[in-house]
Write a protein that binds this ligand. Structure first.
Ligand code: ADP
Length: 533
């Protein structure tokens, strides 16, 4: 039987099978909003109908400028189920970039949190939304000239469910632009459904009806890694943190709602770890809470530290272009006996590819052997890997002639199929004809008890081409010397890998999605070697 894989099925099923499952949102004033899937499904359908009534046509883009909460979840389903395309705008970008992205995508409508109206004001004159719908999260009245989201969902305009094709576009997201102009990626219903099915598998995120899922990763960043779709598919409890993302607020929420699975970038978990270390007995979290980490490498020291608290870090790898989950780390049966340092070295790898995701590492001489040593550029293909960017022909070279996507990540793949990211191509350090992995050095540095964060960058060098420089943030109130840190690294690396110098700074610049801005650091420390000799 031919049966389309669409989000409409997930919404319909959730309403029938899980009407009592709960959705909890922390609002900007820190109060908790609670309702059930029955309310969510009803409101999502009404919102879809209201959008159609406002003129939404098949394939029209509807932008959201929202934090993680129930109303955003409603938009996640309402827009695609009404035939539109959910386009999540990244509120951490510069207003000029947000305007560029909304215009490039051709967004017709915008749904915006009332607390984000001041941000909208900064770029509204450069955009052409036909309707702007405001979600009154704070309870204050919606200003004139805007549609009131609550008034729309209080109506009873029925959704005219279109007959969706699984290849129809359902969502889109722009890359954060760490590598040039933001590029738009369109997700089909089929891609999102298959990604949800694969994500829920036991050896991926192992998500089920009994879970309480808290996506800390923003819903404006690659669909919060697909968690809202996967969680609704299985009827899990959902817990949304809203705009309060400091470690104490998150830990309070995890404890109160007994969260069993949460997800975010490593910087979030570093903060959580520091809070737990300061007050180890303060929070009674659900035993074995899983913490999905991605977007940047999860340092081995962090995985070990959370194990001591009985919390389990699961590392995943992905990109905006891969919807995003493409590989996840779990310990395979044949490696279950591996213990101690080797166990942690294994868990610090980015993981094995999901079913239907194929990977290869390409060198100048063809495909690298899966030996855990040979480095090459990771290429991927599969049903939820993007085939092109939205209206951007000049980037077609990111795909090979035989349809593999070139990720720009340099990796090794070992005999068991575990991928290990060495670097992004542009961040690799090439010294005397050898490659030095900045990621390996950074992960080792954050294992030092005094180091909070570390970035290792390439500096131009007259003899060796490039040499590594470590830029380090120390933990509050502690001091260290460059030699102390170099001596700490010395037993772990070949001599030529050791950074020529260590600079101490108070902060490492980060992108809107928490990645270290190495290009900025390279610019900042361009003259370092000369000035310090
Ligand atoms: P952008 O490409 O704009 O930085 P993405 O969120 O799409 O935004 O970033 C994807 C990149 O993030 C990957 O190509 C990879 O370099 C990095 N990344 C993602 N997950 C991991 C991980 N677990 N370990 C190391 N790097 C990761």
């Amino acid at each position: 039987m031919r049966f389309p894989l669409t989000l409409a099925h997930i919404l319909e099923r959730a309403g029938r099978l899980f009407p009592q499952s709960e959705i909890v949102s922390r609002l900007p004033d820190r109060s908790l909003h609670r309702y059930t899937y029955a309310d969510f499904c009803r409101r999502a359908r009404v919102l879809g109908g209201a959008l159609q009534h406002l003129g939404l046509k098949r394939g029209d883009r509807v932008a959201t400028l929202m934090w993680n909460h129930h109303a955003h979840l409603e938009a996640y389903f309402a827009i695609p189920c009404a035939g539109g395309v959910l386009h999540t705008l990244n509120l951490r970008l510069h207003p000029d970039d947000i305007a560029y992205i909304a215009n490039h995508a051709g967004d017709r409508f915008l749904i915006v949190d009332d607390v984000l109206l001041p941000l909208y004001d900064k770029f509204r004159d450069r955009t052409k939304f036909e309707r702007v719908i405001v979600v009154p999260l704070t309870g204050s009245s919606v200003p004139a000239g805007f549609e009131d989201h609550e008034a729309l969902v209080a109506q009873s305009v029925p959704l005219e469910a279109p007959v969706l094709d699984e290849e129809d576009p359902a969502g889109m997201c722009y890359t954060s632009g760490t590598t040039g102009r933001p590029k738009g990626v369109v997700y089909s219903h089929r891609a999102l459904v298959l990604h949800s099915l694969a994500s829920a598998l036991p050896d991926v995120l192992g998500l089920g009806n009994h879970d309480a899922v808290c996506p800390v990763v923003p819903m404006f960043h690659v669909n919060a890694w697909g968690l809202p779709f996967t969680a609704v598919m299985v009827g899990a409890k959902l817990v949304f943190p809203g705009p309060n993302l400091d470690a104490v607020s998150l830990l309070d929420l995890y404890e109160r709602e007994q969260v069993t699975l949460t997800a975010g970038v490593p910087t979030i978990w570093m903060g959580i770890l520091q809070a737990l270390e300061q007050e180890p007995a303060r929070w009674k979290l659900a035993a074995g809470m899983r913490m999905v980490v991605g977007g940047a490498a999860a340092p081995e020291a962090m995985i070990r530290a959370f194990d001591r608290f009985g919390l389990r870090v699961i590392q995943g790898w992905g990109m905006t272009e891969t919807t995003p989950v493409a590989a996840v780390n779990y310990v395979k049966r044949e490696l279950a006996q591996v213990a101690g340092d080797e166990h942690y070295a294994l868990r610090a790898k980015q993981g094995v590819p999901l079913p239907f995701v194929e990977v290869r590492a390409m060198t100048g001489d063809g495909e690298a052997p899966w030996d855990g040593k040979t480095m090459g550029e990771l290429e991927v293909r599969g049903p939820w890997i993007a085939a092109r960017y939205h209206e951007l022909q000049e980037e077609a070279g990111k795909w090979t002639a035989d349809d593999w996507f070139r990720t720009g990540d340099v990796v090794t793949i070992d005999a068991h199929g575990y991928i290990k990211i060495t670097d992004r191509i542009k961040d690799l350090i090439k010294s005397g004809g050898e490659w030095i992995s900045s990621v390996d050095l950074e992960n080792a540095l954050v294992g030092h008890p005094k180091v909070a964060e570390a970035a290792v960058i390439a500096l131009p060098h007259p003899k060796w081409d490039e040499r590594p420089l470590a830029v380090v943030v120390l933990k509050t109130g502690l001091s260290a010397t460059a030699d102390e840190l170099r001596n700490y690294l010395a037993p772990k690396f070949a001599r030529y890998w050791l950074p020529d110098d260590v600079v101490f700074v108070s902060e490492i610049p980060r992108t809107s999605t928490g990645k270290m801005m190495k290009a900025k650091l390279r610019e900042q420390f361009k003259g370092w070697s000369e000035t310090n000799k």
